[in-house]
Design a protein around this ligand. Structure first.
Ligand SMILES: [Fe+2]
Length: 198
């Protein structure tokens, strides 16, 4: 199979009280699994079978919408689990902080703009911190889209589909986004992705 469902990098209850065990059970075991299974079915017999997730995301964009939806969501969720950790948030590593200060007007402005991107994404989608043309940029995308198909490289993303927060926060998407940035972000994974960008 081309796509495989990764295990969560922590226990299902490890992100409480900011993200519940029930949310992670549904989100990882049902939603992410469905993207993996549907994506694999759609890949069967196609020339993209066996390619990397990134290659499939880019190659299917604008050409094969059902495959793109599932491949995009698979890529997004692989990283989403790693973009969080227990006792996350806190101080931003110096290498990222410097870039945030020069490209995005400082840490507080970055946090406010990132949360606002998530609030402003109408319906399902994602808010991002990405690198485009060598500079950090805040982006938002609908559904399964991500910065890879907009000439950018994502280094942090937050899922704003209702399945990501409705059990814990009901309709309070802003509270979920604030908890994500202040208490859940795994800055080490962000730093690792930033180090791999061009
Ligand atoms: Fe999701």
């Amino acid at each position: 199979m081309t796509f495989t469902l990764p295990d969560l990098p922590y226990a299902y209850d490890a992100l409480q009280p900011y993200m519940s065990k029930e949310t992670l059970e549904f989100h990882h075991d049902k939603h992410h699994k469905a993207y993996v299974d549907t994506g694999n079915n759609l890949l069967k017999g196609s020339e993209l079978e066996g390619k990397s997730v990134e290659e499939i995301v880019k190659a299917s964009y604008g050409k094969n919408q059902p495959l793109f939806n599932n491949a995009g969501q698979h890529y997004n969720h692989i990283h989403f689990w790693q973009w969080m950790k227990p006792n996350g948030g806190g101080a931003i590593p110096g290498s990222i902080e410097k870039r945030i200060e020069s490209d995005l007007g400082g840490v507080e402005k970055f946090k406010a703009d990132f949360v606002q991107a998530g609030i402003g994404q109408f319906g399902s989608g994602w808010a991002w911190l990405a690198v485009k043309n060598g500079k950090l940029e805040i982006m938002k995308t609908p559904n399964g889209e991500n910065p890879l198909v907009h000439g950018a490289e994502p280094i942090l993303g937050v899922d704003v589909w209702e399945h990501s927060y409705y059990i814990d926060y009901r309709n309070r998407r802003p509270d979920y986004l604030k908890a994500f940035i202040e208490n859940l972000v795994n800055w080490e994974h962000v730093e690792e992705m930033l180090s791999k960008t061009a």
